[in-house]
Ligand binder design. Structure first.
Ligand code: FES
Length: 574
């Protein structure tokens, strides 16, 4: 029981007929009034499903969270949330990130909740939950699913995604037997938890940690470690205190917090998807983060997490044993604004006290980085006036400056057919281009951006080449892949005007991506361009296609990008 006025009091306290109904329905569940009236009611938003294999431990973790809430004097209620899984969702999980965000916001807004624990981890669940909870505005704490154990097959360590691509290319080259391929299949995902490279999932949970939304260092704890259970109970205890302290997200999610998170992301070798999600989350909090700000941070932040795919040797389990995210942030302390407030009620600097690096090869020092610049670079040019993204650390340096003829595909099936043709007329200097793969064209902005190397080149031993698309790519991918070209080709962006044989120039040091085609010729092609038919005419896809913003804007819906969910004249929900 607390003396503080609670949001849930609006449902349970009044002596009127509606509140009678609310209380009586809670009693239908077997609870007495003293169980929930006058106590912080904590919603536990759980993105578990039997097809979300990364969250298979959440049914147990919910019990740990509830234990913590009850210990601290709160009343826990578990609520299901859209389980956007990365492995099975077609056409792409990104189509549904905003749906999860909307569901999260409205579930919180419409129910008697004083605070929430957000249980997520698999790629889109983190930004989806956080975006929605920012807009709902009640105290929130994020419970990251944690990475799965290292993969293992025949004495070799396997990394999520990156080793799948690697072995697939070797299989296409005839170097891997069926038996070996099945062995990799069985060994690459060995436990509950998210992908254990520094892919999108671990990038986004690290960002959430660096924003101050998790218990300090929670993002690095392996899913099946007993510490993960203790952390979960800790989330339950802490959210009850946060309600009493009125520690709402607008006190934590400042421009400073987002800048800190972007620096940490760059230092981890983050997934390119981080760009889209960071911008979307920041804008929900009224922070107008831009691609240019991220590029500026990318230029000056060394990559110090030696974790695949940007790092060479290690995986998230090694990162945890080396000290985890707190240790990495300790290395970056001089570059962070450590006064930022966090869910602990303490500053970032206080949370980092005592953090240590236990393996200096996994978590490097600033003067011995894996890569001197950060992990992402933003390109501009006549092919991408609103920006494109590349991951310099994950591609062969010989492609940092490159000129070559374009080989353009209008759809994924067309490209797939061609690249499997051993007689395809292609050289390592060619620039593979896939268009109609952006937010509207994909549809939903699929992770097709690591275009497969043509079989004709694979057989000759080539494993990288310059590739360009308006798609995203998996955070576990690698290679000289230019992504998120904006505006996308489906809406008439310049990529739509490129033709096979045009010379394309990539100049990473100058941050440029151009087609070497005259302006008159481009203008003529633009005049002749015809918009493709819309992908959707009904349902959620229709809503998405009418309101999704381009990659440089974070792909949020245009009507949701308001400061902490407030519109003029609307009262603060809390
Ligand atoms: Fe869930 Fe990779 S499939 S994090």
């Amino acid at each position: 029981m607390t003396d503080k006025k609670l949001r849930s009091d609006r449902w349970f306290a009044p002596d009127d007929l509606r509140s009678f109904g609310h209380r009586s329905r809670m009693m239908q569940l077997g609870y007495a009034e003293e169980d929930f009236v006058g106590k912080p009611v904590i919603g536990i938003l759980n993105t578990w499903s039997e097809l979300n294999t990364c969250h298979s431990h959440f049914p147990e973790r919910v019990q740990d969270v509830k234990r913590g809430v009850l210990q601290a004097g709160g009343f826990p209620v578990e609520m299901p949330s859209l389980s956007v899984d990365e492995s099975f969702t077609k056409p792409t999980s990104m189509l549904y990130r905003n749906m999860l965000a909307m569901e999260t916001e409205e579930m919180i807004r419409s129910h008697p909740l004083d605070g929430v624990v957000l249980m997520g981890g698999c790629d889109k669940t983190t930004p989806g939950l956080v975006m929605g909870a920012i807009s709902a505005g009640v105290p929130m704490i994020y419970l990251p699913a944690g990475p799965m154990l290292r993969g293992n097959y025949a004495g070799k360590v396997l990394g999520s995604g990156s080793d799948a691509w690697k072995y697939w290319d070797e299989r296409r080259a005839g170097n891997v037997t069926d038996e070996e391929w099945r062995g990799v299949q069985g060994g690459i995902a060995r436990s509950a938890g998210v992908c254990m490279t520094m892919g999108t999932a671990s990038t986004m949970t690290a960002i959430t940690d660096a924003l101050g939304l998790t218990l300090p260092g929670a993002s690095s704890i392996p899913a099946v470690d007993a510490e993960h259970q203790r952390m979960s109970a800790g989330c339950g205890r802490r959210i009850v205190e946060m309600v009493t302290e009125e520690l709402t997200p607008n006190r934590i999610l400042t421009a400073t917090a987002f800048r800190n998170a972007a620096i940490v992301a760059m230092a981890t070798g983050c997934s390119t998807n981080a760009v889209v999600h960071l911008i979307a989350m920041a804008r929900r909090a009224g922070v107008p983060m831009t691609l240019d700000e991220l590029d500026e941070l990318g230029r000056v932040t060394p990559l110090i997490a030696n974790v695949r795919p940007s790092g060479k040797d290690y995986l998230m389990e090694d990162f945890y044993y080396a000290g985890g995210l707190r240790a990495l942030m300790k290395q970056l302390e001089s570059r962070l604004d450590c006064s930022a407030l966090t869910v602990t009620g303490r500053s970032m600097g206080e949370n980092l006290e005592g953090a240590k690096v236990y393996n200096g090869d996994v978590i490097r020092s600033l003067d011995n980085p894996v890569y001197a610049e950060g992990s992402l670079a933003v390109l501009r040019g006549n092919l991408c006036p609103d920006g494109a993204v590349i991951k310099p650390a994950a591609c062969d340096p010989k492609y940092h400056v490159h000129e070559g003829p374009a080989l353009v595909f209008d759809s994924y099936p067309e490209m797939k057919k061609a690249i499997d043709d051993e007689n395809l007329d292609v050289t390592p200097d060619h620039v593979l281009v896939l268009r109609n793969a952006g937010p509207l064209g994909g549809p939903g902005f699929p992770e097709w951006g690591m275009l497969p190397i043509p079989k004709a080149l694979i057989k000759k031993g080539h494993r990288d080449m310059v590739r360009i698309s308006d798609a995203r790519m998996s955070g576990t991918s690698y290679g000289a892949c230019v992504l998120h070209v904006a505006p996308e080709s489906f809406v008439g962006g310049p990529l739509a005007l490129l033709k096979t044989g045009d010379i394309v120039r990539l100049d990473l040091p100058q941050r440029r991506l151009d087609m070497l085609v005259s302006e008159e010729e481009i203008a003529g092609r633009r005049a002749a361009w015809q918009a493709p038919a819309p992908r959707y005419e009904r349902g959620y896809g229709y809503l998405f296609s009418k309101h999704v913003t381009q990659a440089d804007q974070g792909c949020d819906f245009d009507f949701l990008q308001t400061d902490f969910g407030r519109t003029a004249g609307e009262p603060d929900i809390f």
